[in-house]
Design a binder for this molecule. Sequence first.
Ligand code: 5GP
Ligand code: ZN
Length: 113
Amino acid sequence: MNETNCIFCKIVAGEIPSQLVAESEHTIAFNDLFPRKPVHVLVVPKNHYDNVAELAFENPAGLVDLVQLGAKVAEQLTDGAYRLTFNTGLAAGQTIFHAHGHVTSTKPKGEDE
Ligand code: 5GP
Ligand code: ZN
C-alpha cells in the first residue's frame, strides 16, 4: 500500500531524501529530521499503516520486524538504554499518520558520562 501525499511513503520510495540508518525486509530506519535527543531514529514500516495499532492488527509480523530493527539500531547507536515510543492521534503528538516508532536515547554509544 502506498498513500499519496504521505511523507513516509515518499521516503520509503526514495522520493524524499533521508539519512538511512538500517533496513530490514519490512522496515526502514532513518534519522529524525528534527532530533529531540542525541539519538533520534524513526523505525517505519515500508507499507502504509495509519498508526502502530493498525500495524499490529493488520500485520503483526511487520510490527515484530519493526521492533527488532529498532533494537538493532539501539544496539548500534546507544549504550543499551533507549526508548521506543509510538504517538497515536493528533492530541498525543502524532503528526505523521504513517506508523512509526521513535528510538530515542540521551546516551549515544561510547560517549563519556
Ligand atoms: P510524530 O510526531 O508523528 O510522532 O513523529 C513524526 C516525526 O517525523 C517527528 O519527530 C518529525 O521531526 C519527523 N519528521 C517530519 N518530517 C520529516 C521528514 O521529512 N524527514 C524526516 N527524517 N523526519 C521527519
Ligand atoms: Zn505512508
